[in-house]
Design a protein around this ligand. Structure first.
Ligand code: WT7
Length: 627
């Protein structure tokens, strides 16, 4: 049962967009399309982007998508031909079991094919594609002016040297190497060197005295040629621990061949990559976004990227846009949390830089509230850049639901449609697939090449976490709504859903309503035990600079939620939160917030909280009575 309410985002049509039109003049012409019958508005891809795009229309996307899910072996087989294989796949291109009732879960793409991912992203680009002198990374340090760059040829030499260092340390194929380094080119070198010698890399956050060794001491005498270790497509490439926003971290294992195809292909199409691009993904390399879209995806395509060591607010809040201008960045990829942070400081820090080079903007990590989407689009992208809201997970290796810049009409807050090879479905609690307009569990019906293969050291946990609840499907753990146009809207983690008097509410919709208030920069909502309703809403709000927390404001916020969602969603508690507990990748840890609301100090694993001091502050300022 759901509360009756107006379709979401209609209010944005009334409030946000006419103003946008007024402000932007002719720039937005042809982009904005009113949906019929009061549907949420969509924004067409700008014609100048479509004209040169790999996928220039929605119809073309649909044709390619249909082929990719109906004939996955042929579709990915064609893509595999662009890579170097020492031995081609000798047997079936894809074999899998997604159904726990039929036996062990397994996924094998191109098993028996022999390759090396480092060879593909470096040697192939230098020798075959003659990209040796092309810049692979412009590195920008935390201090402005602290910069360096590295070409594909130089990267290859350093990777060979470090591969030799690792081999000299006795590291062999299948060994696991923990890497502890800041966002510097040497981190990319270290990852690729592991991949070159067939060792698994695992990027960690703490230094291990006595075991760990210093880079410069080892590199001095290393030779600059190194034969790659030839690996099976299904050999493990790396282990990455998930951010732990919902529980104990899991070691997600990705393999060489499928991951290579998937990150290369998603990078090419989702950012509509062309040779002259300068790509910038702001994510830390230690997270999957960095693995896939700082290291492997861009390098597999021979792209030039920016690698940034610093933070968006140093030395001031216009740092990102000054870097965009400095390197003439064309495609920019960041997280909603960064957008909301910068939004607080207004338009001027952005608009004082030209940003004329920008063509496509991307976001990842959590649902982007329409308010932040519209600001990103209007201010950062000056109304001319499509926004790719990419939904995916550490487990999926690469993008799953996403617009394509030249093809997909966008709706603010929707990750739109599935990428090639991706077959989503929405299930109800009994596991039935829902057709048309619907809301429920987001699952995937068939494997794509980048799917994780196991949880490191615990295959049973892999099966239990992702395949047990609904046999035959990969379960994302996210809630999702499909609208009347077939667009997918992520509503947040199922575990975080709110159940008020039997009405299910998503965190994303309540938080979005709060953030639409001019005083609120960021919001997090959790369920809290209530004797009558079962659960009530406990909200944490971070205010914009210049706004004060007051009883008047809490009344306004309650009213706002009542009007936008319905009386059922009226919060019982609203707490002022100068900071929220987040993972290092910027994800709000609602699990921790639920405990804070209940004054339960048994927080479980908090090793991934970026700034633990915010937790004690929130505990000591809890709301004690219903407001
Ligand atoms: C979870 C995965 C994907 C790399 C970074 C995070 C949420 C991610 C979106 C989006 C709505 C999103 C989901 C997902 N999420 N992107 N565009 N819209 N939600 O990786 O730490 O493995 O987290 O992040 O809840 O399951 P992760």
């Amino acid at each position: 049962m759901r509360p009756q309410r107006r379709p979401r985002f209609q209010e944005l049509d009334a409030m946000g967009l006419p103003e946008e039109r007024g402000r932007s003049g002719s720039e937005s012409r042809g982009q904005e399309e009113a949906g019929a019958g009061g549907r949420a508005r969509s924004w067409s891809p700008p014609p100048e982007v479509s004209r040169s795009a790999h996928v220039p229309s929605l119809q073309r996307y649909r044709e390619l998508h249909r082929r990719s899910v109906e004939e996955p072996r042929e579709f990915w087989g064609d893509i595999a031909k662009e890579f170097y294989w020492k031995t081609l796949c000798p047997g079936p291109f894809l074999q899998y079991n997604f159904d726990v009732t039929k036996g062990k879960i397994f996924i094998e793409w191109m098993k028996g094919a022999i390759t090396n991912i480092c060879y593909n992203v470096l040697d192939r680009n230098v020798h075959e594609k003659k990209l040796g002198d092309k810049v692979a990374f412009y590195w920008e340090g935390n201090e402005p002016g602290e910069t360096t760059q590295i070409t594909y040829h130089e990267l290859l030499v350093q990777v060979c040297q470090f591969s030799n260092v690792l081999r000299k340390q006795g590291i062999q194929k299948g060994d696991r190497v923990a890497i502890y380094m800041p966002m510097i080119p040497e981190l990319v070198v270290a990852m690729l060197a592991c991949a070159r010698i067939g060792a698994l890399h695992s990027i960690v956050i703490s230094w291990n005295q006595g075991i760990d060794l210093w880079w410069h001491e080892l590199m001095q005498e290393a030779g600059d040629e190194c034969e790659p270790e030839w690996c099976d497509a299904e050999d493990p490439l790396f282990i990455l621990y998930t951010s732990g926003s919902t529980g104990k971290p899991k070691g997600v294992v990705h393999t060489v061949g499928g991951y290579m195809l998937y990150v290369a292909t998603t990078f090419k199409y989702v950012f509509d990559f062309h040779a002259a691009d300068v790509f910038w993904c702001t994510a830390d390399i230690g997270w999957i976004t960095g693995h896939s879209y700082v290291t492997y995806g861009p390098l597999a395509n021979g792209a030039t990227s920016v690698l940034f060591e610093g933070i968006p607010t140093y030395p001031d809040v216009s740092r990102l846009w000054s870097i965009v201008d400095k390197y003439k960045v064309t495609k920019f990829y960041t997280a909603p949390t960064a957008i909301r942070l910068l939004m607080k400081f207004g338009d001027e820090p952005v608009t004082k830089h030209s940003r004329a080079s920008l063509q496509v903007l991307g976001t990842v990590g959590e649902p982007i509230n329409p308010e932040a989407w519209l600001w990103y689009h209007r201010v950062v992208g000056a109304q001319r850049c499509p926004i790719v809201d990419t939904f995916w997970q550490t487990e999926t290796g690469g993008h799953m639901l996403t617009p394509l810049p030249g093809a997909t009409p966008m709706k603010p807050g929707s990750a739109t449609f599935p990428f090639f090879g991706v077959a989503p479905a929405i299930l109800n609690e009994s596991g039935e697939e829902l057709e048309g307009e619907a809301e429920g569990y987001l699952v995937f019906k068939q494997p794509w090449p980048g799917i994780m293969r196991t949880v490191y050291g615990n295959h049973e946990r892999f099966e239990t976490t992702y395949f047990k609840k609904f046999p035959g499907y990969y379960v994302t753990g996210d809630g999702c709504r499909r609208d009347q146009d077939g667009y997918y809207w992520i509503t947040g983690r199922i575990d975080d859903m709110l159940n008020v008097s039997g009405h299910l509410l998503s965190t994303a919709e309540v938080e979005s309503a709060l953030v639409e208030h001019e005083a609120v920069a960021e919001a997090a909502v959790v369920g809290h035990p209530h004797p009558v309703k079962g659960e009530c809403l406990y909200c944490f709000v971070t205010l914009c600079d210049g706004h004060n927390f007051s009883p008047k404001l809490t009344e306004e916020l309650k009213k706002q939620i009542r009007e936008k969602i319905g009386p059922i969603a009226t919060p019982d508690y609203i707490q002022n939160a100068p900071g929220l507990p987040k993972t290092r990748s910027g994800k709000i840890m609602r699990r921790v917030l639920r405990k804070i609301a209940q004054n339960d100090h048994d927080l479980g694993d908090t090793s991934t909280v970026a700034d633990p001091s915010v937790i004690s502050h929130l505990f000591s300022h809890r709301c004690l009575t219903i407001q």
